[in-house]
Design a protein around this ligand. Sequence first.
Ligand SMILES: [Cu+2]
Length: 265
Amino acid sequence: MRSTTKLALAAPATCALIFAGATGASADEAYTMSLVDTMGNNSGSKSTAQVTLNGDSMTIKINGTGFTPNSPHAQHFHGSFSDDKDFTCPTSAADADGDGQVNVEEGLPMYGDVMISLTTKGDTSPKSGLAVDRMPVADADGNLSYSRTIELPEGAGAKLRNLHVVQHGLDANGNDKYDMDALGESTFAKSLGVNGIPEEATNPATCGTISGASAGAAPTGGVETGGGSSEGIEAKGSLGLGALALAGAGGLLAFRRRSTVNVEG
Ligand SMILES: [Cu+2]
């Protein structure tokens, strides 16, 4: 009887610790994200992303396979820092023109604009969304590896759970390179004034949500698949075709005070 009482008393303390971790108040937060082809784009790519947050300092490590070899792969956190948006990873339902590929324009209403550009060096704002010269390059075997610590805009760390990672670039016709023969020219790049970019280079290859990631200060081997569900998906916002070129992060920093905290554990 007595030990039962002790157990009951112990529970709230455990909850409090988890809560502190989830808010980033006293400990690093860590997430292991599974990035997969939720779009049905036959990219053949998949990655695991490990994100560690300490306030607004984020360390992200991505390791993936099945990428277009010797080619750059743009990668971003997409979505919205706002709590009242429901952006998430697109499914094949986003393929509006039915060509078997969810391209950038078709994906944007579901996955939202670029919030953070996961470049290898220099600027990480949305302005660097198409900075392919600073994006990771897959090796000759199609393996991609990326690691960087990024100082996020003030307050962004607490809102990172609202975002998801998208990696771009696939090889639709299996000739180990980006070319016009498979899918033609990227209408998205063209809309931003950049001509001659193959659609293969800009189409999304993988996506994964933080909210669907396994959380905890010490990530275990268990990896959940990220965001393949169509539940709760709603096409919100404008197409925002100029989004990648959008003015700086300044406009993104009007964070609302968080009213609820999602606790996993
Ligand atoms: Cu992106």
